[in-house]
Design a protein around this ligand. Structure first.
Ligand SMILES: Nc1ncnc2c1ncn2[C@@H]1O[C@H](COP(=O)(O)OP(=O)(O)OP(=O)(O)O)[C@@H](O)[C@H]1O
Ligand SMILES: [Mg+2]
Length: 399
C-alpha cells in the first residue's frame, strides 16, 4: 500500500520539486498540496487515509509549529514532518516539541526524503493499528502484566533495570509500555536519548476517560519497541498525579500492552505508591552493601505497615553484584527476611557508561549483563515466560 502524503507549503517551487521527487520514488502518493495552514488543517481533519503531512516551516498564516500542534491534537496518530531551512539538533528539538515526528530539508535529497517520510509513515501506521480510535477499554478482557521497579535507595539501578527490561521484553516480541513514575526526578529521557513534550500529567486530568488517541498523543514510541510514558519535566507537578489517576492510567495501559514496566524510583509519591499497590510484581533493587540492605528493610516494613504491599509479594534484586562482593544473595536474604530473585545483575560500569553516553542503551555491549536481564525477565514473566532467553539473545544481537 502506498504512503499517502499531504504537502503544506505556499512556495510553488518547493511544492513542485517535492512532487517530482516523490513521483520518482515508488510507494508514495501525494494526495494534495495545500498553500495555507487553514487548508492543511481542513484536509487533515477530513481525510482519513493520510500517513504523513509535510509542512513547510514558512507556511502561514498560522506558524508551522502551531499547525503541527493542532494536527497532533486533532489526529494524534498523524505524522507531521517539518520542512526546514536548517536541519540540526535545534530544529529537530523544536519540531519534536511541537509534536512533529521529524525534520527534513526544504530541498532534500531523494534518499533523505524517502527515509524521513517512510519512518514517519511507519510510526503513524503502527500507531493507528495499535491504538485504534475507540476508548481505552480493556480489549477482549486482556490484562497485561504490570511490573513495578523501586530502588531501596537512590542510585541502585532501578531505572537502568526498568529500561533494560522494557527493551528485552520488546525484543522478545511482547508489546511493552515503560512508565516513568519517578515523578519528581524521572530521568528515562536521558537514558533512552529521547525528547518528548507529553507526560503522565497530560493524562492525569482526563484519567477517568482515557481514549486511544489520548494515549497515542501522550506516549513516545521508541525505535527499539517500547512505548514510553514520561514523568513531568517539572518535578513539582508530581502532585497532579493522584492515586486514582495512577490506577486509571495503569489500568488503561494494562488493557493494551502485554507488559507495563513502571519505574517508581526510590522516593514515594502518591503515584508511585499506587503503582506499587496494583503491580503484579514489585521489584526492589538493592546493592550488596549494608546501608542499602537496611534501607531496603525499612522500605519493605513501611510498605507493610501502610498496607501498600506485603513482604512476600516483593522481589528484591541484587544489582551491581559479582562473585567477589562480600555480601552474597543468601546473606542478603537473611538480612531482608525475603527471598531475592535468582537472577542477580552484575556490575557493568564501562559498557553502561558507553551505552548511556552514546545514547545506545538498547545495545549494552556486555553479554553477562544482558543475559542477567533476560534471566530476571523470564523469572518475572516479562520476556517469554517459557524460554530460557537464548533465542531472545540471538534476536537482540541481530539488531
Ligand atoms: N549493573 C550496573 N553496573 C554498573 N553500573 C550500574 C548498574 N546499574 C546501574 N548502574 C549505574 O548506576 C547509576 C545509577 O543508576 P540508575 O539511574 O539506574 O539508578 P536509580 O536507582 O534509578 O537511581 P535514582 O535514584 O537516581 O533514580 C548510573 O550511573 C548507572 O549507569
Ligand atoms: Mg532512577
Amino acid at each position: 500500500m502506498s504512503i499517502k502524503v499531504l504537502i503544506g507549503t505556499g512556495d510553488q517551487e518547493i511544492a513542485g520539486a517535492l512532487r517530482a521527487s516523490l513521483a520518482e520514488l515508488a510507494d508514495f502518493e501525494v494526495i494534495g498540496v495545500e498553500r495555507t495552514s487553514a487548508d492543511v488543517l481542513a484536509i487533515v481533519t477530513s481525510e482519513n487515509d493520510l500517513d504523513v503531512v509535510l509542512i513547510d516551516e514558512e507556511i502561514g498564516p498560522q506558524p508551522a509549529p502551531d499547525l503541527a500542534r493542532d494536527i497532533a491534537m486533532r489526529r494524534p496518530h498523524g505524522a507531521v514532518v517539518l520542512l526546514s531551512g536548517r536541519v540540526d539538533e535545534e530544529a529537530l528539538t523544536r519540531a519534536l516539541e511541537a509534536g512533529a515526528r521529524g525534520v527534513v530539508a526544504r530541498r532534500p535529497s531523494l534518499e533523505e526524503l524517502q527515509s524521513r517520510i517512510t519512518a514517519a509513515a511507519e510510526w503513524s501506521r503502527g500507531m493507528r493499528r495499535w491504538i485504534g480510535s475507540g476508548p481505552a477499554e480493556p480489549l477482549g478482557g486482556r490484562r497485561g502484566k504490570v511490573i513495578a521497579f523501586a530502588g531501596a535507595k537512590g542510585g541502585t539501578g532501578a531505572t537502568t533495570l526498568a529500561v533494560q527490561m522494557a527493551l528485552a521484553a520488546s525484543t522478545a516480541r511482547r508489546t511493552v509500555c515503560l512508565v516513568d513514575m519517578d515523578l519528581q526526578s524521572g530521568d528515562i529521557p536521558s537514558y533512552l536519548d529521547m525528547v518528548h513534550r507529553r507526560s503522565i500529567v497530560d493524562l492525569a486530568g482526563v484519567a477517568h476517560e482515557i481514549t486511544g488517541p489520548m494515549l497515542a498523543d501522550a506516549l513516545f514510541v521508541h525505535q527499539d519497541g517500547p512505548h514510553v510514558l514520561l514523568a513531568p519535566a517539572e518535578g513539582e507537578r508530581a502532585e497532579d498525579v493522584s492515586s486514582i489517576a495512577t490506577r486509571q492510567i495503569l489500568g488503561a495501559l494494562r488493557s493494551r500492552y502485554d507488559v507495563v514496566i513502571v519505574d517508581c524510583g526510590s522516593f514515594m509519591t502518591e503515584g508511585s505508591v499506587s503503582a506499587i499497590e496494583i503491580a503484579d510484581r514489585v521489584v526492589l533493587t538493592v546493592t550488596p552493601d549494608l546501608p542499602c540492605l537496611r534501607a531496603a528493610k525499612r522500605m519493605v516494613h513501611l510498605w507493610g505497615r501502610l498496607q501498600i504491599r506485603k513482604d512476600d509479594e516483593i522481589t528484591p534484586v541484587l544489582t551491581k553484584l559479582n562473585r567477589s562482593s562480600e555480601i552474597q544473595p543468601d546473606f542478603a536474604a537473611r538480612i531482608l527476611g525475603l527471598t531475592p530473585a535468582k537472577a542477580t545483575i552484575p556490575p557493568s560500569f564501562k559498557a553502561l557508561e558507553r551505552a548511556i553516553n552514546n545514547g545506545t542503551l538498547s545495545k549494552v555491549d556486555d553479554d553477562k549483563f544482558r543475559k542477567a536481564v533476560i534471566q530476571l525477565g523470564t523469572e518475572l514473566g516479562a520476556v517469554s515466560p517459557t524460554g530460557d532467553g537464548s533465542s531472545i539473545q540471538t534476536k537482540a544481537e541481530a539488531r
